[in-house]
Design a binder for this molecule. Structure first.
Ligand SMILES: NCc1[nH]cc(CCC(=O)O)c1CC(=O)O
Length: 316
């Protein structure tokens, strides 16, 4: 069977959000496919799609709510045939995809760590008492307040460039960003200090890019198979099973990270109250193949330790 490869006249259409980070991820996907199949860049087109999350910038993410805030419109374009593949930050992806779509191609994972962004200090412990830190992530807010309950947290929406400008303008003294985003955009001069996972456990799937396709699109499935990274898939299988058992999404204070060591996988997980007043963390190690069961089991273990009302804020 010969693979019907895209050409400049019939290019493969790559759907993505329009932020600089999303475009860097789409370009990386294109470059990997072009290299794998020895194709020119012109055999691909990048189609930018605006999502609800991109459109609504004046409200906190948790208020807009709903799953797939950054993905729904892109998935609709995929189902409608306007694009052939969709490139996503796996951190933003719900654990289940809509019917008719498959998300089983992952690029090699970038740095998983959060970075502390602050011109004046290198760790959260050096910040003066009571100063303002900006973040729109409930997880980072809760993890910060666990360690520094004296600090003030303000909502920080917008892409990386917008957030850095807010620091310059003095809206906050520090913020957090995923190291992966900084590395992928190759921007220099950002006052960033990576934070060890022991000090701040990252979000489930942080640093991983997933490429989604239509179910049954065998041509695209074969192409994506050539750029798929199995270790990343093994780690995400455990992390996303952990998330699924907690019924969480990107905007709940949940952290999880799997690492591989030979045949073994170690999964660390953490759940928090948004104000940092209660956290439960744990870890589990086993065979890589058992990652999904380990994820579910660690989640149940943490849930069993949560005091009554731990998750009530979600429906409040
Ligand atoms: N929720 C936004 C989002 N989704 C993925 C990344 C970073 C890149 C990644 O984790 O792969 C970011 C921004 C950030 O956390 O700084």
């Amino acid at each position: 069977m010969t693979l019907d490869l895209p050409t400049p006249d019939a290019p493969l259409k790559i759907g993505t959000r329009g932020s600089p980070l999303a475009l860097a991820q789409a370009n990386e996907t294109r470059d990997r496919l072009a290299t794998a199949f020895d194709l020119p860049d012109e055999a691909f087109t990048i189609v930018v799609i605006k999502t609800t999350g991109d459109r609504v910038l004046d409200r906190p993410l948790k208020e807009i709510g709903g799953k797939g805030l950054f993905t729904r419109e892109i998935e609709e374009a995929l189902l409608g045939g306007e694009i052939d593949i969709a490139v996503h930050s796996m951190k933003d992806m719900p654990v289940l995809q809509p019917g008719g779509l498959a998300l089983d191609c992952y690029l090699p994972r970038e740095d998983v760590r959060d970075a502390f962004i602050c011109p004046a200090h290198t760790t959260i412990h050096d910040l003066p008492k009571g100063v303002v830190v900006g973040t729109s992530s409930l997880r980072r807010r809760a993890q910060l307040l666990t360690r520094r309950p004296d600090l003030q947290v303000v909502e920080f929406r917008g892409n990386l460039q917008t957030r850095l400008r807010k620091l310059d303008d003095g809206v906050a003294m520090a913020t957090f960003l995923a190291s992966a985003g900084l590395n992928r955009m190759k921007i220099d001069g950002v006052p960033a200090t990576p934070i060890a996972p022991e000090d701040m456990l990252p979000a489930v799937a942080q640093g991983a890019i997933g490429v989604e396709r239509r179910e049954g699109d065998d041509r695209v499935a074969t192409m994506l198979g050539a750029i798929h990274d199995i270790p990343t898939a093994q780690r995400l299988a455990a992390e996303r099973a952990f998330l699924a058992e907690l019924d969480g999404s990107c905007e709940t204070p949940i952290a999880g990270l799997a690492d591989l060591d030979g045949e073994n996988l170690r999964l660390r997980g953490e759940i928090l109250r948004p104000d940092g007043s209660e956290t439960h963390s744990g870890e589990i190690t086993g065979l890589i193949a058992e990652g999904p069961e380990m994820g579910a089991s660690l989640a149940r273990d943490l849930l069993a330790r949560a005091t009554p009302g731990f998750f009530d804020w979600r429906t409040a």
